[in-house]
Structure formats: structure tokens, C-alpha cells
Design a protein around this ligand. Structure first.
Ligand SMILES: [Zn+2]
Ligand SMILES: [Zn+2]
Length: 339
């Protein structure tokens, strides 16, 4: 694993929101400003590069419709447990292990980039990895400051809709900046655009590659669901993906503030539910962003960490950053980075 810190993220990699760069309270955008910003982010009729966020919003609504249909027509304890189980699986494996610990923070290293591609081509969330990683690195470097792409300072709806608004890439960065940005995503195994293609599409990943792998992943998991339980299995899979995406959008707000009055709004807090279901002990994570493990005391269950350890035991993973010294990297070298 490289001793190089992850490149410093730049707020300038994203377009400034239509309401400007707001910070912590009281500089919160109004409801109208949040909605104007969201419509701007999906306005593919004005700017074709906004088509992926628009399609993603549509996908979110479509999975919501399936979720409602499935629960009305197939309601049972088994159906509910299946949807929750699928949501936890997707959240732990593809959100925490893949997007968060690997893609964003490089907390561990695969033996081969082909293992990364295995995640890429089976990722059922269908959200572009770059759209997670780039805003997330900015989020760590500007937590609750102007320029943080999501968090309580935007309000609940502003955070919920940030999944689309955080995709507004600045296509006017220089060629050298683009090279640096693209290099920081090398470990993900994407087919990447040239600088000229990036200027046209606003995407580091080749858009056809993205479309093809999102389709393959959805067909693969639908086939698994069908093989297990027929069409209800397919509907359960889609419902589980919706449940996960709803929870993660909500987490952007709730995971960084408190509705329970124990923390100052805007501070990351360890939310027990998110920790148990997806290993997101977020206060620990903000303190040690590059660790492969966020549950730091015995009762903080961290399923994603055990998945990483399992991959290490299988030989898929060669190294991971650990607080117990099992990694050659020392915390002092890995932690203070603004990633
Ligand atoms: Zn955070
Ligand atoms: Zn993080």
C-alpha cells in the first residue's frame, strides 16, 4: 500500500451550488433554494452532463414504487426481513467496504485490480463511484464548512437530495488537475475518459462503461433473486436497494448531527443503528478516516471490517490499515490526511 496520502480534495472540482457555498447554521439554504439547486442538478434539457443524476433520481423513484408495491402485495415477516437483510448486505458490502473504505479512503489494498472490478461490475447501487468519492473527500476536508457537499448545514432535504446535487462536476478544471483527479481513482479499475471527453461529459469514467456495468449488476442480482424466490425475489432485491438508498441519504444528515440533543449540530456522531447495520461509527471514522475498521471498542460491531478480514484470509486483500499495528502503515502517517 502506498504511503502517499490520498490527494487533497478540492471544492473547486464541483460546481458552486446555485445558492452559493453555505456553512453551518444559520447560513442554511431555504427550501426553495434546495429545490432550485436539485432541479439545476438534474436539468439535462439544459446540460446533457446532468443526465446521469436525472436518471439516478428516476431510478430512486422507481425503486421506491417497487418497494411500496412489494410490501403491499407480498407483506409477511419473511418479506420484511428479506428486504432489511438485502439492505444491510448492500450497505455493508457495497457502501461501507467498497465506496467508503476502498474507493474513497483506500483503507485496504486488493491483490489485483480485477478484484476491484468484481465489485464494480456487481455493484447494484448503480451510483457512479466517482460521484461518491470526489464529494466524500471534499466532505472530509471541509466538514461543515462552506463547500461541504452534504451534511446538516443543508437541512434534511438538502442532504437527502445531495445524492444528485453532489454530481455537478466542474468541467473547467485544467488538464493537469484532471490528470491528478483521474489518477486518484486508478485503484477503482474504471475505463476512464480523456481530458477532452471529460470536458464534454463531466465524467471521469467512460459513460458507456458505466451504463454497461450498472446493467450487468442489476441483471445479475435480479437473476439471483429470481433463482431464489421467483419474481418476488426480484422485487425483494429492488426493494432492498431502495431501503439502503433511503437510509444512506438520510444518514448524510443524521449521521453528522443529532436529533437527540447530545451533540452540537454538525458534528459527526456515532449512531448505534448505522454502526450495527453498516459499520458506520462515523465519529470514529472522522477521527481516523483511513482505517479499515471504524468500530474501535468491543461493543461497536463492525461487519464491514470482518468482511475485509475475510477477504484478507482468502488472499483477495493483501493489506489493510489497522489500529492494532497489523498494517505496516502507522496511524500518524495515515490519519491526519484530509481525504
Ligand atoms: Zn462524514
Ligand atoms: Zn469517509
Amino acid at each position: 500500500m502506498s504511503n502517499e496520502p490520498t490527494p487533497q480534495a478540492k471544492p473547486g472540482w464541483l460546481v458552486t451550488p446555485t445558492y452559493g457555498r453555505v456553512g453551518p447554521s444559520p447560513l442554511r439554504p431555504t427550501l426553495k433554494e434546495v429545490l432550485v439547486e436539485w432541479f439545476d442538478a438534474i436539468s439535462f434539457w439544459k446540460d446533457a452532463t446532468r443526465l446521469p443524476p436525472a436518471l439516478y433520481a428516476l431510478y430512486h423513484l422507481a425503486t421506491f414504487a417497487v418497494f411500496v408495491y412489494f410490501l403491499i402485495h407480498f407483506f409477511s415477516v419473511v418479506a420484511v426481513l428479506s428486504v432489511v437483510g438485502i439492505g444491510v448486505f448492500v450497505g455493508s458490502v457495497y457502501n461501507t467496504v467498497w465506496y467508503h473504505r476502498y474507493c474513497s479512503h483506500q483503507a485496504f489494498k486488493f491483490r489485483s485490480v480485477w478484484f476491484a472490478r468484481l465489485f464494480l461490475w456487481t455493484n447494484p447501487i448503480s451510483f457512479r463511484e466517482e460521484s461518491y468519492v470526489i464529494p466524500h473527500r471534499i466532505h472530509h476536508s471541509k466538514s461543515d464548512e462552506p463547500g461541504d457537499p452534504y451534511g446538516p448545514h443543508l437541512g434534511w432535504l438538502g442532504s437527502y437530495l445531495a445524492t444528485e446535487t453532489q454530481q455537478k462536476m466542474n468541467r473547467n478544471i485544467s488538464s493537469a488537475e484532471y490528470d491528478r483527479l483521474a489518477r486518484s481513482l486508478d485503484h477503482i479499475g474504471l475505463v476512464k475518459n480523456s481530458y477532452e471527453q471529460f470536458q464534454r461529459t463531466g465524467s471521469v469514467e467512460n459513460i458507456w462503461h458505466y451504463g454497461a456495468r450498472a446493467l450487468v449488476a442489476n441483471l445479475f442480482w435480479s437473476a439471483v433473486g429470481y433463482a431464489i424466490a421467483g419474481w418476488p425475489g426480484v422485487l425483494a432485491f429492488i426493494s432492498g436497494v431502495f431501503l439502503f438508498t433511503f437510509v444512506v441519504r438520510d444518514f448524510n444528515f443524521r449521521g453528522h448531527g443529532s436529533l437527540f440533543g447530545t451533540k452540537k449540530r454538525g458534528m459527526p456522531v456515532n449512531q448505534v443503528i448505522y454502526g450495527i447495520i453498516a459499520g458506520e461509527w462515523h465519529e470514529n471514522h472522522h477521527a481516523h478516516p483511513r482505517l479499515a475498521r471504524s468500530g474501535l471498542v468491543w461493543w461497536q460491531v463492525d461487519l464491514p471490517y470482518w468482511i475485509i478480514k475475510l477477504m484478507r484470509a482468502c488472499g483477495m486483500v493483501t493489506q489493510y490499515n489497522s489500529p492494532d499495528g497489523s498494517s505496516p502503515l502507522k496511524l500518524a502517517q495515515t490519519d491526519p490526511v484530509a481525504t
